[in-house]
Design a protein around this ligand. Structure first.
Ligand SMILES: Cc1cc2nc3c(=O)[nH]c(=O)nc-3n(C[C@H](O)[C@H](O)[C@H](O)COP(=O)(O)OP(=O)(O)OC[C@H]3O[C@@H](n4cnc5c(N)ncnc54)[C@H](O)[C@@H]3O)c2cc1C
Length: 283
C-alpha cells in the first residue's frame, strides 16, 4: 500500500491569524482594530508576511500555536505509527483501531521496506506476512476477538491517521523527522505533509525544514560522525565547526574578542544583575 497524505482542513487564513497573534504582542491596538486594518487593506498581505518573517526569526514561538492544520495520513506502517504518537504536545491523533477493524479474510495491507526488496528477500517477507494473516484468521474464526488476534499482526501492518497539529509542533516534528538520521518512512510522511502545505501556503511551508535548515537551528547538532556521513553536510555546517571558526576568529583578532568558554559564576552575575541593551522585544 502506498502512503497518502492530504491536507484536509486548516485555520481559515493562517497568515492572517499568525500576523494578528504576533502583532497583538507589539501593538497598542486591540486585536479587533488590527483585524479591521487587515480587512480594509491598510495592512497588506506583504506587510503581514514581512512581519511574520521577522518574528519567526526570533524565539517568540507561542503565536505559532494559534494556527492548526488537519492531515489525513494513510498507508503507513505500525512501525511508523509507534514513532509518530510519541509526539504529544500540540498534536491530536485518531488512528485506525485494530480492535474495531477486523481483517475478516486474514489479509491486511502492509508495507515492505525498500531494503528488503534490495536484499532480494521480498518473497520471504511476504511469506511471513501471509503466515501471520493465516494464523490471525484461524484465531478470529475460532471466536477470538480482533483485539486479541491482533497480537499476531506485524509492525508492517498498515494504519491510517487523522491528525490535527499546530504550526509550532509541525515545525518541531520536521526539525527531528526531516533529519536524514530519522527513519525513512517518517521522513517521507513529513516531506509529504510539507508538500501538501506548500500547495496551499508556500509562505509557511518554507519553514518546514530539518533542524539544520537555514530557517531553523541552522546547523547540525547530531554527533560529528553522523554529520560527516550526511548528504546535506556539504550545505549545512556542524556545531563543532562553527565553534572552531569562532575560536579561530578570536585568535586572529589577537585574542581580544570575547573568547569561547564555559559559563562561570561571573557570567551568572551578569545574567542576574546587568541590563544588556534594550529589554527583550517580546516583553
Ligand atoms: C532520530 C530519533 C530517534 C529516536 N529514538 C528513540 C528510541 O530509541 N527510543 C525511544 O523511546 N524514543 C526514541 N525517539 C523518540 C524521542 O525520544 C521522542 O519521544 C520523540 O521524538 C517525541 O519528541 P518530543 O519529546 O520532542 O515530543 P513532542 O510532543 O513533539 O514535544 C514537543 C516539545 O514539547 C516539549 N515537551 C514535550 N513533552 C514535555 C514534557 N513532558 N515536559 C516538558 N516539555 C515537554 C519539548 O520541548 C518538546 O521538544 C527518537 C526520536 C528521534 C527523532
Amino acid at each position: 500500500m502506498t502512503i497518502e497524505v492530504a491536507l484536509l482542513d486548516h485555520t481559515q487564513d493562517p497568515v492572517r491569524t499568525l500576523y494578528t497573534a504576533f502583532r497583538v504582542c507589539y501593538s497598542a491596538l486591540t486585536p479587533a482594530q488590527i483585524e479591521a486594518r487587515i480587512a480594509d487593506g491598510r495592512i497588506t498581505r506583504d506587510q503581514m508576511q514581512d512581519f511574520i518573517d521577522t518574528r519567526l526569526a526570533t524565539g517568540h514561538a507561542s503565536p505559532l500555536q494559534q494556527i492548526w492544520f488537519e492531515f489525513g495520513i494513510s498507508g503507513v506502517s505500525r512501525a511508523f505509527s509507534h514513532q509518530f504518537v510519541r509526539h504529544h504536545i500540540g498534536i491530536s491523533f485518531e488512528q485506525q483501531s485494530q480492535r474495531y477493524v477486523t481483517y475478516k479474510d486474514g489479509t491486511f495491507p502492509f508495507t515492505t521496506p525498500e531494503s528488503i526488496r534490495r536484499a532480494g528477500k521480498e518473497e520471504a517477507f511476504e511469506r511471513a506476512i501471509e503466515a501471520a494473516g493465516d494464523a490471525y484468521l484461524e484465531l478470529v474464526d475460532s471466536g477470538v476477538p480482533a483485539e486479541d488476534a491482533r497480537f499476531l499482526l506485524p509492525n508492517a501492518t498498515n494504519t491510517n491517521f487523522k491528525v490535527t497539529v499546530n504550526y509550532l509542533e509541525l515545525l518541531h516534528i520536521a526539525d527531528l523527522r526531516l533529519c536524514t538520521r530519522a527513519q525513512w518512512e517518517f521522513r517521507k510522511v513529513v516531506a509529504m505533509m510539507r508538500a501538501e502545505l506548500k500547495r496551499a501556503f508556500p509562505e509557511l511551508a518554507r519553514y518546514i525544514q530539518p533542524k539544520c535548515g537555514e530557517f531553523r537551528l541552522g546547523y547540525c547538532d547530531e554527533d560529528y560522525e553522523a554529520w560527516e556521513d550526511c548528504p546535506l553536510g556539504a550545505k549545512r555546517p556542524h556545531k563543532r565547526t562553527l565553534f572552531e571558526l569562532y575560536e579561530r576568529a578570536r585568535s586572529a583578532n589577537g585574542g581580544s574578542a570575547r573568547g569561547l568558554g564555559d559559563l562561570d559564576d561571573d557570567d551568572f552575575e551578569i545574567i542576574e544583575l546587568e541590563q544588556v541593551g534594550e529589554p527583550a522585544e517580546q516583553y
